[in-house]
Ligand binder design. Sequence first.
Ligand SMILES: [Fe+2]
Ligand SMILES: [Fe+2]
Length: 170
Amino acid sequence: MKNIYAIIQLNEHGFDILNSKNMQLEKTFIQHGRLSTYNHSLFVAYMSLCIAGKLRIKINERSLVRGALLHDYFLYDWHIPSTENRRHAFDHPRRAWENASQDFELTECEKDIILKHMFPLTLKLPKYRESYIVLLADKYCAIYETLAWKRTKRKLSFLEDYLGKQTIIS
Ligand SMILES: [Fe+2]
Ligand SMILES: [Fe+2]
């Protein structure tokens, strides 16, 4: 079922991020399978809003969207071996936060979402409800993208249509 409310929230709170130079650059980095980091982040933000809607708990939707969109803002292709990304799974949340805080004004909640999205790998417990939601959405999307590529592609095409954006889903 399509969640139009989630798309409206995505557009309202994430428009500047989605159209920023470095976020557009994420279209050239592969995250899972054939999916770009841009599309993965868009999918995680959408699913985070869907999960929040199902839970019916009070959250800050703006922080949820922005933290989710920026959670993997590490800005390199982790499939290409380099000394910098040897410990990618452990180090990329900090890298994403460093990059994101240079490009955008982040709230404490958004910082927590980005830094803790790999919990338990990152050891410290998330502090906010929004962080737990993104953590859950990220794991769900990673599995979905890997096991259901065609359905992921369909869901993303629908998101793109509504957001009026062009991306590089192939
Ligand atoms: Fe990540
Ligand atoms: Fe992710």
